[in-house]
Design a protein around this ligand. Structure first.
Ligand code: G1P
Length: 289
């Protein structure tokens, strides 16, 4: 069955990026000239997603406004004859069909996914986390969907990370199937370094099936007192095969200040308009050190 629906949990508070996220959603932080969330929506659309559900929360109105029509802005751009900009602004509102549901309490990622149950229905679906911005030739979600088409079950995006950072992620133990595809045999949410089953971390892209919902419904709070998707996936893995895909591409953790800075520089250097003067500026600054 083709995967047409995607869930974006965006109710998180963005505490790693305070004070910028005190009153603005972290998903709206701009990477050069586009909010983070737009990159992730574009990735989903490029992978064939037709409907998106934002699982949103208080203080996240700016996300809804961004994907809505902006009458005043469009009228102004039209009047000033800024046709190209007008088109760009309109395209954002027409990119994909968007739905919203409120996660009334911040009870964790697993709980956020549970809020999408009615939207998802009986189809497999994607989950994309807005902190992870992935720069790749084939959209990361597209790579996962390829694995899903072949093996049918849930698929998690995986990346090998330095062991000293493993406690920031869900971590998996795997059996290799091919160079980039694995069967996941164990999962632990944010393990201590010495208890981690491997250096393979779960990155914020998933293909899931509705089989996860009855488990999430009964899932007790885990790490950090939150209902963890990783814990529910561990339970699911006892009954059905779960796969991991070591995706090709560069992942930036934009929920973190340093990761965000790196992403900004990296993306800017890839843009023709900045790879001259901006690159020179960086070289000069680095020589001065
Ligand atoms: C969530 C998941 C974690 C995963 C991470 C990827 O954690 O719970 O398993 O590794 O996303 O970004 P968060 O970063 O939201 O705390």
């Amino acid at each position: 069955m083709q995967v047409k629906k995607a869930v974006f949990p965006v109710a998180g508070l963005g505490t790693r990026f305070l004070p910028a996220t005190k009153s603005s959603p972290k998903e709206m932080l701009p990477l050069i000239d586009k909010p983070l969330v737009q990159y992730v929506v574009e990735e989903a659309v490029a992978a064939g997603i037709e409907q998106i559900l934002f699982v949103t929360g208080r203080g996240k109105r700016a996300i809804e406004d961004h994907f809505d029509i902006s009458f005043e802005l469009e009228a102004m751009l039209q009047e000033k004859g800024k046709g190209e900009m007008l088109q760009e602004v309109r395209d954002i509102a027409e990119m994909v069909k968007i739905f919203y549901v409120r996660q009334k309490q911040a009870l964790g990622l697993g709980h956020a996914i549970l809020c999408s149950r009615e939207f998802v229905g009986e189809e497999p679906f994607a989950v994309l986390l807005g902190d992870d911005i992935i720069d790749s030739d084939v959209p990361c979600l597209g790579q996962l969907l390829e694995v899903h088409r072949k093996y049918r079950g849930p698929v998690l995006a995986l990346e090998k990370v330095p062991m000293e950072t493993i406690s920031s992620y869900g971590c998996v133990r795997t059996n290799p199937i091919s160079e980039r595809v694995f069967e996941v045999t164990d999962l632990v949410e944010k393990p201590k370094r010495e208890e981690a089953p491997s250096d393979m971390a779960i990155i914020g892209r998933y293909v899931l099936t509705p089989d996860i919902f009855p488990i999430l419904e009964r899932q007790q709070p885990g790490k950090g007192g939150e209902i963890q998707l990783t814990d529910a996936l561990l339970k699911l893995s006892k009954d059905e095969a779960i796969y991991g895909c070591l995706f090709e591409g560069t992942r930036h953790d934009c929920g973190d200040k340093l990761g965000f800075l790196k992403a900004t520089v990296d993306m800017a250097l890839k843009r023709e308009e900045f790879n001259g003067e901006f690159a020179e500026f960086l070289k000069e600054r680095l020589c001065d050190r």
